[in-house]
Design a protein around this ligand. Structure first.
Ligand SMILES: [Zn+2]
Ligand SMILES: [Zn+2]
Ligand SMILES: [Zn+2]
Length: 299
């Protein structure tokens, strides 16, 4: 029998491995006695989970949940729901945005590379249609980053840990895309903790290509309204942007629907074949609309 150094209760007491204080059953956990070594507890919890996901560096409080007692899990999850991005993730997202922007500029020089792209960009940006290259970059960013964030937010919605990270392959592919004006845009990937729920896992995978389908559909609606409302000089520039966005999203979505791992399509197809077929047909339609139907609106 010892005495809890917090409440003074005589009980079977425990020694806190972090601050070495002696506490009763009610106060033995670090947060139960306001442990002065709380930062150390957090650090250990992070490491423990990081090892299990194979990523040593991320920072996220949500991971405590796995080492905290049940009664505290609800409270902690509520707390972390407000903080959706870790600092490492924000850094990687910023890098990805910069790279995707550069790829977006480089595409202007297609197929001659970055030098011509920069000349054309300079020409465009000083003309009265300066908003065309800006629009292209925005469409590129929304298509690409939107796809990744759709994965992330859906996974987080179902209570999974999920964060975007740059990959070394992503740096390599982006560099090639920027230098040679080719539209490959894999910069990173969304890591998601596993779940036993097959529906949740499949929906988190589905969310990426589905976001591209919705974005493309939205742009088709914009094309229809633009055709009704705009004068011809303005219209051709708007339709150029819309066509570009519809094709980019159709191809990006289709590419990810490839039914083999590690593509999103593999999980979706194994989960529900008709969902996979429907979305694939939808995305093919978008590519066809982009290449064949939108050019007809110029007439
Ligand atoms: Zn106590
Ligand atoms: Zn302690
Ligand atoms: Zn994806």
């Amino acid at each position: 029998m010892t005495t809890c150094s917090l409440c003074g209760k005589e009980d079977l007491c425990f020694t806190c491995p972090y601050c070495k204080g002696v506490y009763c059953g009610d106060h033995r956990l670090p947060e139960g006695h306001g442990c002065p070594a709380m930062h150390q507890v957090r650090e250990d919890a992070k490491k423990k989970v990081a090892r299990s996901v194979g990523d040593e560096e991320y920072e996220d409080n949500q991971t405590w949940a796995s080492v905290m007692p049940k009664r505290n899990q609800k409270r902690i999850q509520k707390k972390t729901r407000r903080r959706r991005f870790s600092s490492q993730e924000l850094r990687d997202l910023l890098i990805a945005c910069v790279l995707v922007t550069l790829v977006g500029i480089s595409i202007l020089g297609s197929p001659y590379g970055i030098v011509l792209a920069l000349q054309r960009f300079a020409f465009y940006i000083t003309s009265s249609f300066w908003w065309v290259p800006i629009g292209m970059i925005l469409i590129f960013l929304l298509s690409f980053i939107g796809h990744e964030l759709a994965h992330k937010f859906t996974a987080q919605h179902y209570g999974m840990w999920s964060e975007f990270r740059m990959t070394s392959m992503g740096y390599y592919l982006s560099a090639i895309a920027i230098i040679f004006s080719v539209p490959i845009f894999g910069t990173g990937t969304v890591y998601t903790s596993g779940t036993n729920n097959r529906d949740h896992d499949a929906k988190a995978n589905l969310a990426g290509p589905l976001s591209n389908f919705f974005f493309a559909s939205l742009l088709v609606v914009v094309a229809i309204f633009a055709t009704i409302a705009l004068s011809s000089a303005m219209l051709s520039n708007v339709l150029f942007l819309v066509q570009y966005g519809v094709i980019i999203n159709g191809i990006l979505g289709l590419f990810n629907m490839i039914p083999f791992q590690p593509f999103d399509g593999a999980t979706v197809k194994d989960w529900n074949l008709s969902v996979w077929i429907t979305l694939t047909i939808g995305l093919i339609s978008m590519v066809i609309i982009g290449y064949l139907v939108i050019p007809m609106l110029y007439l």
